[in-house]
Ligand binder design. Structure first.
Ligand code: CP3
Length: 351
């Protein structure tokens, strides 16, 4: 790993704390993914889950994008489903589909049968990879992550990437305690998993609530927010930045901020300046270029990225990212130019 310069190593964490950095930091969700030829090469030999369970491969894949581009943080190569194995859930990950749960959860008995997650026992490979990465990355920060209770619950109940979440919402609205029991257990898992990642060396954490945007504000506040808030509250003492991300959350931004993160991640469906006004400028904001823009000719990519930067207005606390994960087949050259553009066009002239 080439040594990260002091400025590169600091700007992501500074922005998360809303301190002045030398320029706007950038990292990219799913930055270690299929658009990278080296990743595709490894995937010919190993499945996604094999890679995620082998510390040396996790380390290698996590490093790929930060070695290739001037990204300002690394994110652990893993998946939100990984800790569920420790709870006794069998699943596989299918290419172009995502996680498939062998026996979706539909009954109270299945919820009661879930085991308590224990990081050292259930995911030693993740903790080992984090320790290795801290050595390899030098001063460049490592982001750990977990799935938020609602997004994990929706995978567990639907059994696969949810379309309309009818089953999930049925269990949610049914009453009778099953929902809160399941969400409580998933919050416990997220807390234990994230705490273990911090102990192993993660320097920032992102909680992914990818499907939260499918809920009405009333349902979010009643059935999801208390559980997510408990996760953030349990981690606030860890002393590292906490990022709360979801998609399609334009109607939920105030509540996502209320859950207790330091930074809110937003997708492209809401202008970032409007989102920031709504969550309040005492929080940082992450986002929000539409990942599809990266397929356009460079001039369009540049115009769209500058629009995000202009809306963020060079204020302390903006972390540039895509609004959701980078898509397979994204032209690598546009990624490289985007990273360079974000840094160059926001660089502060030293006084
Ligand atoms: O961001 C990163 O680079 C870190 C690694 C990471 C992966 N998944 C790797 C992965 C992270 C942070 C995730 C989180 C994740 N996983 C989320 C939340 C973020 C989001 O995108 O909303 C969700 C919903 C999942 C579930 C999941 N796992 C999906 C939707 C998919 C993609 C299915 C597909 O093939 O398009 C996966 C598989 C997965 N996770 C891949 C990667 C690189 C692709 C695996 C492959 O086939 O090589």
């Amino acid at each position: 790993m080439k040594r990260a310069g002091e400025a590169r190593a600091e700007r992501f964490l500074k922005a998360c704390r809303r301190e002045e950095a030398d320029c706007t930091p950038i990292w990219i969700m799913r930055q270690a993914g299929r658009y990278l030829p080296e990743y595709r090469e490894l995937r010919r030999k190993y499945s996604m889950l094999e890679m995620a369970k082998t510390p040396d491969l996790v380390t290698r894949v996590t490093l790929l994008p930060v070695e290739r581009f001037d990204l300002d943080a690394a994110i652990l190569f893993s998946d939100i489903m990984i800790p569920l194995g420790g709870m006794g859930v069998s699943f596989r990950i299918e290419e172009n589909v995502g996680p498939i749960v062998e026996e979706p959860i539909r009954t109270g008995a299945q919820v009661s049968a879930l085991k308590e997650f224990e990081a050292a026992r259930d995911v030693p490979f993740v903790l080992q990879a984090i320790r290795q990465l801290r050595i390899e990355l030098g001063k460049l920060p490592l982001i750990g992550f977990a799935g938020a209770p609602f997004t994990l619950a929706s995978y567990l109940i639907e059994g696969r990437a949810p379309r309309n979440l009818a089953l999930t919402k049925t269990l949610m609205l049914e009453g009778g305690g099953l929902w809160d029991d399941l969400m409580g257990r998933l919050a416990d898992t997220a807390i234990a998993y994230l705490k273990a990642q911090v102990e192993a060396g993660a320097q920032a954490l992102q909680l992914f609530d990818s499907w939260a945007g499918s809920l009405s504000p009333a349902h979010y506040s009643r059935f999801v927010l208390p559980h997510t808030r408990r996760v953030f509250q349990a981690l606030q003492g860890a002393g590292i930045p906490l990022i709360h991300f979801g998609t399609d959350t334009a109607t939920l931004l105030e509540q996502m901020a209320e859950a207790g993160p330091d930074v809110v991640g937003v997708d492209w469906r809401v202008p970032i300046d409007e989102a920031w006004d709504r969550i309040g400028h005492e929080l940082g904001i992450q986002g929000n270029l539409d990942p599809a823009v990266l397929f356009a000719p460079w001039e369009s990519v540049e115009r769209e990225a500058l629009d995000v930067l202009n809306r963020a207005g060079g204020r302390r606390g903006h972390i540039f990212n895509l609004g959701h994960g980078i898509l397979p087949d994204t032209p690598v050259e546009n990624v490289e130019r985007l990273v360079e553009l974000v840094h160059r066009s926001t660089r502060k002239i030293p006084s």
